[in-house]
Design a protein around this ligand. Structure first.
Ligand code: CTP
Ligand code: MG
Length: 228
């Protein structure tokens, strides 16, 4: 199906401890953000793309793609959810309809495979709710007590890691995010807002290497992999 893309890129990357926000660090000769944008801009069914940026971001204007007319800007907010919310409002201004599909994808995930994107779009095209790329837990999982000792082993077969893109209909996602905000619920991804609204987003298995660059070793790992 046709879809809109929202890329929150207004974070500071504190866990990365670099000299700039991690989306502007270099991976294989280009910024992480450029790699992330490419997968969407190359897609024939993309209706438009909104990028949430920090108001005082000095790095974005220096990138070649800053002039790309397909990329619209929104203001970043204090938390990721605020950056996404602002981008959804911008989508409305661009003419997006309540029933349109929106894919929200972290700027810090530059290794999204086209096949994964197409799997997500294909699997959810007729879904009443939407869903997300996710990866089944691989290791044995333990629940810890405050003393740092194991309380129990968790059934691994029902645990997944939530990745992005996360794909929902614009109106439903806006309502879920707004309601969660009013209720003071912590929302770390779009699916958690939908869950809070009583929906059950579908898990679509994706590749583990669509990882979010969070710490320095994540970038080292990906850079090494791209060299091969
Ligand atoms: N993000 C955003 N607005 C915020 C916070 C985060 O748009 N207020 C974006 C980040 O730019 C990133 C994505 O959300 O692409 C995932 O967030 P995360 O990995 O936590 O990035 P940062 O918040 O930048 O990193 P950290 O938490 O280590 O500071
Ligand atoms: Mg963060």
């Amino acid at each position: 199906p046709a879809f809109w893309a929202v890329i929150p890129a207004a974070g500071v990357g504190s866990r990365m401890r670099a000299d700039r926000p991690k989306q502007y660090l270099t991976l294989a000769g280009r910024s992480i953000l450029e790699h992330t944008l490419e997968c969407f801009l190359d897609h024939p069914h993309l209706l438009g793309l909104v990028l949430s940026l920090a108001a005082d971001d000095p790095y974005w204007p220096q990138l070649p793609c800053a002039q790309d007319p397909r990329i619209q800007r929104a203001n970043g907010g204090a938390e990721r959810v605020d950056s996404v919310f602002n981008a959804l409002l911008r989508l409305e201004e661009l003419g997006a309809q309540a029933d349109d599909w929106v894919l929200v994808h972290d700027a810090a995930r530059p290794n999204l495979a086209r096949a994964d994107l197409d799997n997500l779009l294909g699997a959810l095209a007729n879904d009443p709710v939407g869903g997300l790329l996710a990866v089944p837990a691989r290791d044995t999982l333990k629940r810890a007590g405050e003393d740092g000792r194991v309380r129990e082993t968790i059934d691994r077969s029902v645990v997944w890691q939530a990745y992005t893109p996360q794909m929902f209909r614009l109106g439903a996602l806006q309502h879920a995010l707004a309601d969660a905000q009013v209720a003071g619920v912590a929302v770390t991804d779009e699916a958690s807002a939908m869950e809070w609204a009583g929906q059950a987003p579908r898990l679509i298995e994706g590749r583990a290497d669509n990882l979010k660059i969070t710490r320095p070793e994540d970038l080292q790992w990906l850079a090494q992999r791209w060299k091969q």
